[in-house]
Write a protein that binds this ligand. Structure first.
Ligand code: DQA
Length: 143
């Protein structure tokens, strides 16, 4: 059974409240329910994690190594654009990461166009709302 960990980074606990014109009306709890249901229907063992703290995300990525997680689906939030620490944690554990963004970061401010985590990820899905997480699960399911 494939083990999939979904990591939500900084400010993503505010979904539903936060800029709904950009991020939609669903709360993180709503989205997690949809993700876990789909993951389970694919036969995956699912875990979800959210933190606003860079170091906690780094530690969760380290733990994924000992937990023998097969894939990480990660939306680091704003950490995407500057957290070398999260990038290095991904490189350290060598677990395939699929980076997801709810909004299309390339149609937004220039500072969102650079991801320091994308180069150590399998790929990036951006701009498809919460469906991006489901697309990532489809990719894992096809492997
Ligand atoms: C985001 C895009 C980031 O630029 C932003 O800082 C976020 C959310 C997204 O899912 O679209 O917090 O990762």
């Amino acid at each position: 059974m494939k083990k999939v960990l979904v990591i939500h980074g900084v400010n993503l606990n505010m979904l539903g409240v936060r800029e709904p014109g950009i991020y939609g009306n669903k709360t993180l709890e709503d989205i997690n329910k949809i993700i876990v249901e789909k993951g389970n229907s694919c036969g995956f063992e699912m875990e979800v994690f959210q933190s606003n703290y860079e170091g906690e995300i780094v530690e969760r990525i380290h733990k994924a190594f000992t937990d023998k997680i097969d894939f990480i689906i990660m939306n680091p939030g704003a950490f995407t654009h500057y957290s070398i620490a999260i990038r290095d944690a991904v490189s350290a554990v060598k677990i395939p990461v699929i980076e997801v963004h709810i909004s299309n970061v390339y149609t937004r401010e220039e500072f969102r166009h650079n991801s320091v985590t994308a180069p150590v990820s399998v790929g990036q899905i951006t701009g498809f709302s919460y469906f991006g997480y489901l697309m990532a699960l489809d990719y894992i399911n096809y492997l």
